[in-house]
Design a binder for this molecule. Structure first.
Ligand SMILES: [Zn+2]
Length: 175
């Protein structure tokens, strides 16, 4: 299996809503596996939505390795979602609360990093790659990641969530 190529902005597929998944066949499972492989092989990447590999299906993958610390930054506290592989199909946020921000980056926007206002807790309902229902509450960094990736499936890039001034600044940088 090969790494899929990542679509970078501007591209129509990044601003188009992806379609619900209703067929959970081998071909679909292969897509999920290829997306995980692509995520693994992309430096510093923790999430990937199908739009970013030019597929308009509502599926995203996430994998947040626990940061063990270095000379500059201390180790992170382990959370339940660290070091796990997630495949979310047809995900929906059914409740959200609080406010939280982290410096966000995106594989489709190389070298752009910025803050976006997000919720601190989100309740997520989705299906796994077999079509079985799953539900959990994401917090903090993971909550931000879930919101960022579900936005992709809705055709919303993180630039759109930033203030006008910031978005203009980043657009200029990209050109
Ligand atoms: Zn992204």
């Amino acid at each position: 299996m090969e790494k899929l190529s990542i679509v970078t902005w501007p591209a129509e597929v990044l601003e188009t809503r992806a379609a619900e998944v209703s067929v959970f066949d081998d071909e679909f499972k292969q897509l999920c596996q290829a997306m995980h492989l692509t995520l693994d092989k992309s430096d510093n990447a923790v999430g990937l939505a199908a739009n970013q590999v030019n597929v308009l299906k509502r599926v995203l993958v996430m994998h947040v390795p626990l940061f063990l610390g270095n000379e500059e930054y201390p180790a992170e506290e382990r959370q339940w979602w660290h070091d796990k592989r997630f495949t979310l199909v047809n995900p929906r946020i059914t409740a959200s609360s609080g406010k939280f921000r982290v410096m966000e980056g995106c594989l489709s926007f190389p070298k752009i990093y910025d803050y976006v206002p997000r919720a601190k807790f989100v309740t997520v309902e989705a299906q796994d790659e077999e079509g079985k229902p799953i539900s959990f509450v994401a917090n903090d960094f993971f909550a931000v990641l879930v919101q960022h990736e579900i936005d992709h499936l809705d055709g919303i890039v993180f630039l759109t969530r930033m203030s006008r001034l910031k978005a203009v600044f980043h657009r200029k940088k990209l050109r």
